[in-house]
Design a protein around this ligand. Structure first.
Ligand SMILES: Nc1nc2c(c(=O)[nH]1)N[C@H]1C(S)=C(S)[C@@H](COP(=O)(O)OP(=O)(O)OC[C@H]3O[C@@H](n4cnc5c(N)ncnc54)[C@H](O)[C@@H]3O)O[C@H]1N2
Ligand code: MOO
Length: 403
């Protein structure tokens, strides 16, 4: 199946979670908002100074340079009275600007003698509103700062705290079960016999699921045994999603699809992507199923490119479109026509601006390429050759996957 069609089919007809829970704001990071967030206060709450200096009431005399200091307004300790023409107060950053004052002069620009504050140079006369932050400059009371469906990031926590929003209604976390398959897999804290390998994909999957803020349910490593696989499938029934790694190709021990057929349905199998061709997508009852190929880079690439947008949508969020742009490649690239290729690459500064270089060995078992890379180079299915310095499509890893 062409990659574009697979992408479309994966996100079509998804039923996002709807159950809500209320969490303390500090727990809301990487959760999906289940309510619009409306400000009940202005931020800042009062008109205040952005600098340490003197809040001035020039009256009708814009060129006035001499003022009488009648008090002070410190952050948390407002002056509390109105100023008259020719008066000023000492003011600190964040302190309330008293009524009557309409500008602040920074303290570096004045000389003081007793109660008299003089602006040293005519050039330093502040204009109206200088160094003043109006009430509601950031958020006005009744503003909707976020809409339901928003994925909460660290700055959002600060913004909600700034309006005193102590508890937040969020969607329940998507439950994502996962297991790896293969008789060769061993726990990572034991020895290896000949032909055995550590079960690295399960750790990679757990980390990618956790990175999204979703609840991972680790069902362990399952041998190449249809009965054991069937049991593992059944354990995932109360989860929203099941992701497996391995056993989806055409080998004698690749039983995942046969077992899936006894438990649910296969929507499609095999996508024109490299790495990741034998990806299988299906359903078991209400659980969405993604059978990822076992080669570690294939597991990671199919998760990022095809599973992640579905997880975001199922969790109640909006998958962000891929941030894709073109950069010159420092190397010639060759491939066979037929599949869209996702090369692991590094975007780096070059002599004429940014360029991109594929990192190391591109084999689908070579996980170091994933670890070292900071971007994918995407080559179209029909592409066979790219010359050095030609523009290629690039997708940086750092982009957000939630809108
Ligand atoms: N005759 C054909 N052979 C293969 C084809 C094909 O079209 N015809 N497709 C190849 C492609 S492409 C891929 S990708 C792999 C995927 O196969 P499976 O999903 O069945 O994966 P396995 O055979 O179970 O494992 C592949 C490879 O990955 C290692 N592996 C598996 N699980 C883990 C794990 N949890 N942690 C680390 N490494 C793991 C496994 O040992 C194998 O080396 O099939 C090709 N074959
Ligand atoms: O296409 Mo498979 O996923 O590379 O090795």
């Amino acid at each position: 199946m062409p990659l574009a069609e697979a992408r479309q089919r994966i996100v079509a007809d998804l039923s996002p979670v709807t159950d809500l829970e209320t969490v303390a704001l500090a727990e809301a990071r990487h959760r999906v908002l289940a309510q619009d967030i409306v400000a009940s206060v202005n931020v800042p709450s009062a008109t205040n100074s952005s600098m340490d200096g003197y809040a001035l009431c020039p009256g009708n005399d814009e060129t006035r340079r001499e003022y009488v200091q009648v008090g002070q307004s410190l952050a948390g300790h407002p002056f509390g009275q109105a100023l008259e023409a020719g008066q000023c107060v000492r003011i600190t950053t964040g302190a309330v600007v008293p009524e009557g004052a309409d500008r602040v002069v920074i303290q570096e620009n004045v000389v003081t003698q007793g109660d008299t504050v003089t602006i040293a140079a005519a050039d330093d006369l502040p204009g109206v509103e200088a160094n003043i932050r109006p009430a509601g400059e950031d958020i006005a009371k009744q503003d909707t700062i976020f809409q339901a469906g928003r994925y909460v990031r660290a700055p959002d926590i600060a913004l909600m705290a700034s309006i005193g929003h102590a508890h937040v209604k969020v969607l329940r976390r998507l439950r994502v079960a996962f297991f790896s398959t293969g008789d060769e897999l061993r726990p990572i804290d034991g020895p290896l016999a000949v032909g055995e390998i550590y079960d690295s994909n399960r750790y990679g999957l757990a980390a990618m699921i956790a990175d999204l803020g979703l609840e991972g349910v680790d069902l362990g490593a399952v041998g190449d045994d249809p009965a054991a696989l069937a049991q593992a499938f059944d354990k995932a029934r109360d989860c929203d999603v099941l992701i497996t790694s391995g056993g989806v190709s055409v080998g004698d021990a690749d039983h995942v699809l046969d077992v899936l057929k006894t438990r649910g349905t296969i929507d499609f199998w095999k996508v024109a992507i490299k790495p990741g061709k034998p990806l299988a997508v299906g359903t078991i009852g209400n659980t969405r199923f993604f059978g990822l190929p076992g080669n570690p880079v294939s597991t990671a690439v199919t998760f990022i490119q095809l599973v992640r947008p579905a997880l975001v949508a199922l969790a109640g969020g909006q998958p962000a479109p891929a941030l894709r742009f073109e950069l010159p490649t420092t190397q010639a690239l060759s491939k066979r026509a037929g599949r869209e290729h996702y090369l692991r690459a590094c975007i780096e500064p070059g002599p004429n601006g940014l360029c991109v270089t594929p990192v190391g060995h591109q084999g689908s078992g070579v996980m170091r390429s994933m670890s070292q890379a900071n971007a994918f180079v995407v080559l179209k299915a029909e592409t066979e050759h790219v010359d050095p310095d030609a523009l290629v499509a690039v997708e940086p890893f750092a982009q957000s996957v939630w809108q």
